[in-house]
Design a protein around this ligand. Sequence first.
Ligand code: MN
Length: 301
Amino acid sequence: MEVLTPRDVPLGGLRAMTVRRTLPQRQRSLIGAWCFLDHYGPNDVDASGGMVVPPHPHTGLQTVSWLFTGEIEHRDSAGHHAMVRPGELNLMTAGRGISHSEYSTPGTKTLHGAQLWLALPDGDRQVDPTFEHHAPEPVTGDGWEARVFIGSLLGSSSPVKTYSPLLGAELTLDSGTTLPVPVDPAYELGVLVDSGSVTVDGKPLAAHELGFVEPGAGSLELAATEPTRLLLLGGPPFGEQIVMWWNYIGRAHEEIVAYRAEWEALLENGTSDRFQLPEGDPLEALHSPPLPNARMVKRGP
Ligand code: MN
């Protein structure tokens, strides 16, 4: 297992909430199609201002919102208005282009969760934007509980649509629990520890770290000596190189430049064939940052 440590990134907004980013980073860009892992909280909303992310665009990806505590209001340009709540998956497919906003709700005092992205394979990245919600029934055993929000694990399967084989689950382990987890040997895996600590096949992993496990194992042994919560993520190696910049995923520098121009045209002139704004949003949309001086590089295998 390779241990990847997070870096702190301000999320944006006036009183930026800070998130812990474990993907992408220098050593690793993807785990399966998982290409972006932000983990945050528990965050005191009165002090940080919570999550205030006005309308902004996405392309070529799916966003996975998963909360442990708090509530986030979601609005998107495909007409969806939904609440993100603990233990319930919100999966937004950007496809060819979407915009959305995310605001922690007024009643939220503590915000704690993860915002993850899935890269869409080249053959599917122009699909129409859409949105799905799923509240998995927890599966439990002796000293553990699992909520499988994407893919299949421990006898539970999620019905949501992804475009490559994937796994996403929250596991909680009581102190003293050792849990052998059967996994697909074709999958590379990521273990993101939220709280507590765990050993993965005997190797220690601390809170906020991401453990990466190469494909090949048919099982993973998770052992906790304190109450522990983690996310288990995985998928077969993605096998494609991607270009990620701001909120866009594409395959080439020029494509990202064009996405940026189309979003800015929408904000300037109200016209774009690719993007629209969410209806009834209380805040003004975010402009794209200036383009980098250098060419954007492809990441991945
Ligand atoms: Mn977003």
